[in-house]
Design a protein around this ligand. Structure first.
Ligand code: PGA
Length: 267
């Protein structure tokens, strides 16, 4: 039985005070759902004060990215051990906003400038292995853009990203890994992927894992859906066979909304 995992991805939102206040507000709203794993992926600077605020709750701490080196001259980067030092147990890797794949292009802005976030399948793979090495669990995002979907490339892109993320990852870790299927066109757009289609693509990720590691591992790997998950569509998505949770952006910013999504998880 795969335990449902609901992760809030706050992106570049919330000061430390706001982050701590959020925890105090959401904790009582979800305390009856200890069956659901709830993770808050916060900006780096909020993590340390959040650790103390989370004591006595079952909510876990997550980061939004990590570098793969343990230390060194890497200005601006955060090492895996720095995250575990402040109590982080989950880390998002390969988010489409890091891969330079955008659902909603900003007008008057040359997006190629942002490509210096520079995430590639190879860097995702390194980050994922480094996260495991440090004792964290990666949440690995995969998903197609709208032009790839229109060109009928969804399955090829998703299975390719999945396979490349897992290169050199042993079976016991692949079983622990969390994937997030996030169609880029559904992120932050309000346009949610149809639940049957989301389930189909999550099933494709599972069958890709099965091809690489066998059915036992594939049955354990958890796969989230992400992209405009809200309180009113969460129950339908989370009821699907291959959808084991949600990675929630916009709707994770308000405690009541995220709590409603947690409460929508199947019992
Ligand atoms: P959204 O973001 O819920 O705001 O669409 C999801 C994500 O990017 O992880």
């Amino acid at each position: 039985m795969r335990r449902t995992i609901i992760a809030g991805n706050w992106k570049m939102h919330k000061t430390t005070a706001e982050a701590v206040a959020f925890i105090h507000e959401i904790a009582p709203l979800i305390q009856d759902r200890a069956d659901v794993e709830v993770v808050l992926c916060a900006p780096y600077v909020a993590l340390y004060p959040m650790r103390d605020a989370l004591a006595g709750t079952t909510i876990l701490l997550g980061a939004q990215d990590v570098f793969w080196k343990t230390k060194g001259a890497y200005t601006g980067q955060i090492a895996p051990g720095m995250l575990t030092d402040v109590g982080v147990s989950y880390v998002i890797v390969g988010h489409s906003e890091m891969r330079g794949r955008f659902g909603v292009p900003e007008p008057d802005f040359d997006e190629t400038i942002l490509r210096h976030f520079g995430e590639t399948d190879a860097s995702v793979n390194r980050k994922l292995k480094a996260a495991f090495e440090a004792g964290m669990t990666p949440i690995c995002c995969v998903g197609e853009t709208i032009s790839e979907r229109k060109a009928g490339q969804t399955d090829a892109i998703v299975s390719d990203q999945t396979t490349k993320a897992l290169e050199g990852v042993p079976a016991d870790l692949a079983a622990r890994l969390v994937f997030a299927y996030e169609p880029v066109w559904a992120i932050g757009t309000g346009e949610v992927c149809d639940s049957d289609e989301a389930n189909r693509v999550c099933g494709l990720i599972r069958s890709t894992v099965e091809k690489l590691y066998g059915a036992d591992v594939a049955a354990q790997t958890r796969i989230q859906y992400g992209g405009s998950v809200k309180p009113d569509n969460a129950a339908e998505l989370l009821a699907k066979e291959h959808i084991d949770g949600a990675l929630v952006g916009g709707a994770s910013l308000k405690p009541a909304d995220l709590a409603a999504i947690v409460q929508a998880s199947p019992k």
